[in-house]
Design a protein around this ligand. Structure first.
Ligand SMILES: NC(=O)c1ccc[n+]([C@@H]2O[C@H](COP(=O)([O-])OP(=O)(O)OC[C@H]3O[C@@H](n4cnc5c(N)ncnc54)[C@H](O)[C@@H]3O)[C@@H](O)[C@H]2O)c1
Length: 519
């Protein structure tokens, strides 16, 4: 049989997979004692904590014609396009206008939406001309998030602003304050928090089922291959660029790499996953150390051959955070006296822009197993530590039977590196596993995360987070109904933007909980 399905990457609906198990529900919630596989149960299950509550609330409310929300987008680059595509899948939204300093971008974005969408190059003009706008989506370079958010909130709009909320902490604090002052909603685009797979992992597998035993380590990476910079001919006239604070078209299009406009790869990419460290642990780090540098992108030849370029931000960074992570049992924090019981968890994160090995994912590692999770479903793996769980195999198998985790088909579980079954001869390559060397850990037993209901599996990852935002707006919900309220995103900004300082000084940075709050 082996040989039929030999692939490294297994698509979620591969014919190599067993009949897909629908996403799980807690047995204890099911009156029959069997898992209830309905979408409603799934929603209830993912809504096990306050953070996810708004998802079920919003899902319960269908949009009628009178619920139409008028939406405008500022920043019509690549992420503006992603938000637009996801938002267009959500019923009851009407794009009124789009805005981009580079008019050609606004024009082509509008074309993909509809002929009645108006085009602007200045945010203020757009807001003045369209008092009917209810919600503003911001997908500009990071340095404009704070001023544009304030303008939007003060104009009475509900705002969804992309991550990283800002490239400096003073501006990030201003966003928190602007939300407080205006009382309008402000969601930041850390979209993993709204992903039902991530919610299921945290709320059910980790906090309720305690699947991994004591969690000791988190890991995350975003590895990217070398990419040439953008080199645009023409574009925006120099005087317009300068009037808007940009040096030239090179910095305008490669803004992420320059201190003035962005936070570099550690903020651009790391922000997503470091935010997930905070979200999984349910707390903020108490300390961090980091190493990194601008190791590659200096004095490099431009693709056109017309001279050289250098970036400013770190192109490589590795950081270790220390968390005192609260311990959960059956979904409830365990107390020691009047304080939550905690365990030390170290979280290692790396961003590489010179090598794309194994792409991006996060891993939660406990003494009894590992969960690897990513927005890319192919990385969603679960491993049982054979060394420490011999007495618990029945428990894991019971969870697999009930659909909390699933067994991958034996022939193709070579997706990741924990148990590298060869996909060509010799077939018995791993037959002596665990006996090669007594010091080697026994290869972990592979499982997978269960599959989401089909209609959810097919949604683009940003849609869940946008739904959470728009449905909170519709339900006249509160800031706390958002899955990533600005105050939570600020905690991520503090953890991420301190990496530069840690690299520069080479020192261990200690945090107090108050460092993550805005007075
Ligand atoms: N959540 C995610 O998964 C995700 C992914 C990628 C990017 N992002 C975020 O989205 C934002 C945009 O990133 P991108 O990749 O789309 O960048 P981009 O460079 O492709 O797009 C930025 C757009 O903003 C426009 N712009 C610049 N200055 C402006 C101004 N003064 N007024 C109006 N428009 C202006 C540019 O012309 C450009 O079209 C960033 O904050 C980034 O961190 C989020």
């Amino acid at each position: 049989m082996r040989g039929a399905c030999h692939a490294v990457h297994v698509p979620p609906h591969s014919t190599c997979q067993p009949t897909p198990l629908r996403l799980i529900m807690t047995l204890e919630n099911s009156s029959s004692g069997k898992p209830d596989l309905t979408r409603r149960r799934f929603l209830r299950n993912t809504a096990a904590t306050g953070a996810a509550l708004s998802y079920s609330k919003m899902a319960a409310r269908a949009a009628g014609p009178s619920d139409t929300l008028n939406v405008a987008l500022v920043g019509c680059g690549s992420q503006g396009g992603v938000l637009k595509t996801s938002a267009l899948r959500i019923p009851g939204l009407k794009f009124v206008a789009v805005c981009d300093l580079w008019e050609v971008k606004a024009r082509s974005m509008a074309r993909t939406i509809g002929s009645d969408v108006k085009i602007y190059t200045l945010l203020e003009d757009m807001l003045k001309a369209h008092p009917e706008i209810d919600c503003l989506l911001i997908a500009t370079p990071d340095w404009l998030h704070a001023p544009f958010t304030r303008i939007g909130l003060q104009a009475g709009k509900q705002v969804y602003c992309e991550k990283m909320m800002s490239n400096n902490l003073d501006a990030a604090r201003d966003m928190v304050r602007a939300q407080r002052e205006t009382g309008k909603l402000l969601q930041i685009g850390h979209q993993r928090r709204s992903n039902p797979r991530y919610q299921f992992m945290r709320n059910t597998l980790l906090r309720q089922k305690n699947l991994l035993g004591q969690i000791t380590t988190l890991y995350g990476q975003w590895n990217r291959s070398v990419k040439p910079p953008f080199e645009v001919k023409g574009g925006i006239p120099d005087d317009v660029l300068k009037a808007h604070g940009y040096k030239d078209m090179f910095e305008y299009t490669n803004w992420r790499w320059f201190h003035k406009y962005g936070g570099g790869p550690i903020s651009d990419l790391g922000a997503h996953q470091i935010d997930i460290f905070n979200w999984i642990t349910g707390t903020t780090p108490r300390a961090m150390v980091a190493s990194g540098g601008l190791d590659y992108y200096k004095d490099r030849m431009l693709p056109s051959g017309k001279g050289k370029f250098s970036y400013e931000h770190l192109d490589t960074a590795m950081v270790v955070y220390e968390y005192d992570m609260p311990v959960y049992d059956n979904g409830v924090p365990v107390m020691e006296g009047d304080k939550p019981k905690t365990n030390l968890v170290r979280a290692l994160y790396q961003v590489l822009t010179t090598n794309g090995s194994q792409n991006y994912y996060e891993k939660v590692m406990g003494v009894e197993g590992t969960i690897a999770i990513s927005e890319q479903p192919v990385y969603n793996q679960v491993y049982r530590e054979k060394d420490t769980t011999s007495g618990k195999i029945g428990q894991w198998e019971a969870l697999a039977r009930a659909g909390y985790i699933r067994k991958p088909p034996a022939t193709i579980y070579n997706k990741f590196w924990e148990r590298p079954v060869a996909w060509h001869l010799p077939e018995k390559w791993m037959a002596t596993e665990g006996t090669q060397d007594v010091r080697v850990s026994i290869p972990a037993d592979p499982y997978e995360l269960p599959q989401m209901p089909k209609e959810m599996d097919e949604k683009p990852p940003h849609q869940f987070h946008l739904e959470n935002f728009f449905n909170t707006v519709r339900a006249s919900g509160k800031q706390t109904d958002l899955n990533c309220p600005v105050s939570e995103a600020y905690k991520c900004a503090v953890a991420v933007l301190n990496i530069n300082k840690a690299v520069e000084t080479g020192e261990r940075i200690k945090f107090a909980p108050s460092d993550f709050e805005v007075a």
